[in-house]
Design a protein around this ligand. Structure first.
Ligand code: PBG
Length: 336
């Protein structure tokens, strides 16, 4: 039997406002909820000791040195956040056209992984596979004669994934959008005894201008020549996202991600509805900057937009959200 929505529950017998009368009633009928366990906390790390360096385009977010990870990860974990994602601001002197620092087993990412593993062994650690923090061209892959080369880049991404797994990373998150990288990384991990290291692929990653503040944070915006349109997806496309996700699942992805978040919630919903596998979304740096910029101008109410923006991801079907507001939002949820 199909329901006729036009005659189902018509006024005045049905008054939809009844269930909105009190807080208890609204919460009782809430279709989605938010907990700190929904959040993955991205953290920017930098060289040095005991330093916090603000990021101008991301008010309230700092790059921190490795020794401070204990505290920062500890605070998130105490609030109930289960996992963190590490992003390095690499010394410009170490950035080269072959991005070889990406697979130095003692690079900033690997040292961060080890620090978190020893101080907070129960916290999940997620690391990008992408060359942009290490590449003097600022691209996620290698640049040869002005082109971002696919297969050669995948080889470096495999080496990068391997040193991260060896350092103790739980989840490799390929964010590079090269073709075939998930299966190649899976194979290298398996061949080296890391069958249990997971892959969360940035499966539908769009070529977005909302990544600007992130590129400031990791110091790649100055280096980046041109744009990422030849490998990241065209914001006009939706069916193509389904193909990207399908391929990554076939290649062995355990979890998939859609990125950016808020402007792409239609994609989150389609991916979750179509495949039903663990689906994550990244509320990216530019979304954070937009909200905080408006808040700092007094145009939006901080606590309310933080929670409203995050619940929208759950409503769309996301199993979790990478968000710079993870700690702040967890504190707000505790107060509720
Ligand atoms: C690197 C990477 C980017 C982000 C996560 N991993 C930037 C990019 O692709 O240029 C963006 C995250 C954010 O904007 O918060 N490949």
């Amino acid at each position: 039997m199909s329901l006729n929505l036009k005659t189902l529950g018509s006024f005045p017998n049905t008054r939809l406002r009844r269930n909105r009368r009190e807080v208890w009633n609204r919460r009782l009928v809430a279709e989605n909820s938010l907990t700190p366990e929904d959040f993955i906390y991205p953290i920017f790390v930098s060289e040095g000791i005991n330093k916090r360096m603000p990021i101008a385009s991301m008010p309230g977010v700092d790059r921190i040195t490795v020794d401070l990870l204990d505290n920062v990860v500890g605070e998130a974990s105490d609030l109930g956040v289960l996992a963190v994602a590490i992003f390095p601001e690499v010394d410009p002197n170490l950035k080269t056209p072959d991005a070889c620092e990406a697979y130095n087993p003692d690079n900033l990412v690997c040292r961060s992984i080890k620090a978190i593993k020893s101080s907070h062994p129960d916290v999940g650690i997620i690391c990008d596979a992408a060359l942009d923090p290490f590449n003097s061209d600022g691209h996620d892959g290698l640049v040869v004669d002005g082109h971002i080369v696919n297969d050669e880049s995948v080889e470096i991404l495999c080496k990068q994934s391997l040193v991260q797994a060896e350092a103790g990373c739980h989840v490799i998150a390929p964010s590079d959008m090269m073709d075939g990288r998930v299966s190649a990384i899976r194979r290298v991990l398996d061949e080296n005894g890391f069958q249990d290291v997971r892959i969360m692929s940035y499966a539908a990653k769009y070529s977005s201008s909302f990544y600007g503040p992130f590129r400031d944070a990791i110091g790649s915006s100055g280096a980046l020549k041109g744009d990422k349109n030849t490998y990241q997806m065209d914001p006009a496309n939706s069916d193509e996202a389904i193909r990207e996700v399908a391929q990554d699942i076939e290649e062995g992805a355990d979890m998939v991600m859609v990125k950016p978040g808020m402007p792409y919630l239609d994609i989150v919903q389609r991916v979750k509805d179509t495949f039903g596998l663990p689906t994550f979304a990244y509320q990216v740096s530019g979304e954070y900057a937009m909200l905080k910029g408006a808040v700092n101008n007094g145009w939006l109410e901080n606590d309310k937009v933080v929670i409203e923006s995050l619940i929208s991801f759950k409503r769309a079907g996301a199993d979790g959200i990478l968000t710079y507001m993870a700690v702040e939002a967890s504190k707000l949820l505790k107060m509720k």
